[in-house]
Design a protein around this ligand. Structure first.
Ligand code: ASP
Length: 638
């Protein structure tokens, strides 16, 4: 018989006699028994979550993924079994058969689903013992270091919170599958070992043994395959797909993550939006909350103007353009640049602020941001100088008593700023002015979010289950890459442009290395679905004509040789009757994280990687043997 000291030293207790399962079958899960079951016999199996020894009576909380049942071992009824249970410790695995009894009135536990009953053990199977674990999964109060949790993930997964998250993930994925199947989508798997897919990240590579010196790439997304499925007449495809991107990991990224990936033939944007709203509705209601449909839509340019960001958080009010309301002398006095936007930010219900609190606002801008905008957060003072204008600003921005209003402008420029009026004929100057304008909006947008966070406890807009969805549409097709000194794709290069912008493309190609190129004005048939300021997914209507696709590659400096080498098979496929098609992909991990109210993606992925892209349980990555390297024709540089 084992004693407690052996268990607590963490060594296995060799003398403990373990039982086999034999023909025992569970009649219930540990979270199922209720008062109505009193008088019946139940067989339960699970882990010892807690054990209380009251001498003649030993109480064990037996836990499985469904919950906990209290088991009573009574020395008087069964001294031999009682003696065995004295040696049992947390996380041992037991099978128990016994009578379900109502607990005495004063010992019932209304906080526990099974709190009205207990099981009086009649037979016991000691199915396994356990080393002393580094933490007790049943102890919800003790905080556990995340590295320890990830190293001992199997113990961590036993925690009720993890069961709940993983169960929710299952439920959400199932609801999405069922919905998409009901809409005529086929679930189709695409390869993991493939070639590079252009989503803009670095690839994970897999060396080929059979083809020395050659590599597969793990897919950054199934993008090309799903388009080829449309060429293959599959009509509607979806996959809950793993994607691999070797990116520098920010706090909440995983090197492999899961997307709900789909593609449709012959769709309009509306068709795709309806499908996505449909499956999100199914997913959210499977987890509890109902959502409002249809989601509002906002073109990218409007999102920038109103929220200063391409993923607006609608839980806080938009910014208001107020330049027209300010008299010229105000702009002079405030040293605000009159050719650039002046906006008012409103954060609701902030209340009176002290001078000190307002002074702290300055620290919300870094040096770069402070060069782009200046702000005035003392509206009482502004009001004294320009009472009428400020009253109108209050009204236009919908301010109520206690709201914080902040006026944001660009600092006045020496010799004036780029002037759109006098430069009407000069497209480049106009675009430069547009860039300056957007810089003011986006920096003001960053200040809006920083203030929103700072006063979250006062306005409370981020609390509770408010789900504000939004479609952001008509994204720029290209973005300026300051490091490369040229324009590049803002999405993957299969995204359709708006037809009326094809001319701009011809013009823009001449000025690939000019930040004020016409390429910056081209808008794509691309859309993002945004929830509470978080991008859940993005997609687009695709280019389905080979000639247009080749022209886009060309536009971005990809010569014919490179096109052939990287995408030859795809350009070829496009020539065999490609239907118009489009699709989208949404991050499943993120959706579940939001629904579970979890603080990180790692809480909703069974086996996540750390922020340094390592697996602490399996220990990966690892060096490999000389022999393996030799077979792959690879030598590691020392
Ligand atoms: N492949 C894209 C992505 O992973 C989504 C899409 O365009 O459908 O972001």
């Amino acid at each position: 018989m084992a004693d407690g000291s052996a268990a607590s030293s963490g060594t296995r207790t060799a003398v403990m006699q373990l039982d086999f399962l034999g023909d025992w079958k569970r009649t219930h899960r540990c979270g199922e028994l209720r008062a109505a079951d009193a008088g019946t016999t139940a067989t339960l199996m699970g882990w010892v979550s807690r054990r209380r020894d009251h001498g003649n009576l030993i109480f064990i909380d037996l836990r499985d993924r469904s919950g906990i049942t209290q088991i009573v071992f009574d020395k008087e009824r069964n001294p031999e079994m009682h003696a065995r249970v004295e040696a049992v410790r947390n996380e041992y695995v037991l099978g128990v058969r016994g009578k379900v009894e109502l607990r005495a009135e004063n010992t019932r536990n209304p906080k526990m689903a099974t709190g009205d009953i207990e099981v009086i053990a009649g037979e016991l199977k000691l199915l396994n013992d356990s080393k002393l674990p580094p933490f007790f999964p049943g102890d919800t109060n003790a905080p556990v270091n995340e590295e320890v949790r990830l190293k001992y993930r199997y113990l961590d997964l036993r925690r009720p919170e993890m069961h709940a998250n993983i169960e929710m993930r299952h439920r959400v994925a199932l609801a999405i599958r069922n919905y998409l199947a009901s809409q005529g989508f086929y679930e189709i798997e695409t390869p993991y070992m493939t070639r590079s897919t252009p989503e803009g990240a670095r690839d994970y590579l897999v060396p080929s043994r059979v083809h020395p010196g050659e590599f597969y790439a793990l897919p950054q997304s199934p993008q090309i395959f799903k388009q080829i499925l449309m060429i293959g007449g599959m009509d509607r495809y979806f996959q809950i797909a793993r994607c691999f991107r070797d990116e520098d990991l920010r706090a909440d990224r995983q090197p492999e993550f899961t997307q709900i990936d789909l593609e449709l033939a012959f769709p309009t944007e509306e068709t795709i939006h309806e499908v996505v709203e449909g499956f999100l509705d199914a997913a959210f209601s499977s987890a509890g909350p109902t959502i409002e449909r249809p989601f509002p839509q906002m073109p990218y340019d409007e999102a920038i103007r109103l929220y200063g960001i391409d993923k607006p958080d609608l839980r806080l009010p938009p910014m208001t353009d107020v330049k027209a309301l300010l008299p010229p002398d105000a702009m002079e006095t405030l040293l605000a640049e009159p050719s650039l936007p002046i906006v008012a930010l409103r954060i609701p219900k902030v209340g009176e602020l002290s001078r000190k609190e307002r002074d702290e606002h300055k620290a919300l801008l870094n040096e770069k941001q402070a060069a782009v905008i200046k702000f005035y957060d003392d509206f009482k003072r502004l009001e004294k100088s320009w009472p009428e204008a400020i009253a109108k600003i209050r009204q236009l921005s919908g301010a109520e008593e206690g709201d914080l209003l902040v006026l944001v402008a660009a600092p006045k420029r020496e010799g004036g700023a780029s002037n759109p009026a006098s430069a009407a004929a000069d497209h480049a100057a106009e675009r430069r002015h547009q860039r300056d304008t957007y810089a003011v909006y986006t920096t003001a947008g960053q200040l809006r979010l920083a203030l929103g966070q700072r006063y979250a406890a006062r306005h409370k807009a981020f609390e509770g289950k408010t789900f504000k969805f939004l479609w952001v549409t008509d994204f720029p097709s290209f973005e300026w890459d300051p490091d490369a000194g040229s324009w590049t794709f803002a999405h993957h290069p299969f995204t359709s442009l708006h037809e009326e912008h094809m001319e701009l493309l011809a013009e823009g190609v001449q000025t690939l290395h000019d930040p004020n190129s016409a390429l910056g004005a081209i808008r794509a048939r691309a859309y993002d679905v945004v929830l509470n300021g978080v991008e859940l997914g993005s997609g687009s209507i695709r280019i389905h004509q080979q000639e247009v696709q080749a022209r886009i590659f060309q536009a971005l400096g990809m010569g014919e040789e490179e096109q052939k080498e990287r995408f030859g098979f795809f350009l070829e496929a496009l020539q065999y009757g490609t239907p118009p098609h489009g699709g989208i992909a949404l991050g499943l991990d993120r959706i579940v994280m939001i629904l579970a109210g979890a603080p990180s993606l790692r809480e909703v992925i069974a086996f996540p990687k750390t922020a340094a892209a390592t697996d602490l349980m399996m220990i990966a990555p690892t060096p490999v043997s000389e022999a393996q390297l030799r077979e792959l024709n690879i030598r590691i540089k020392q």
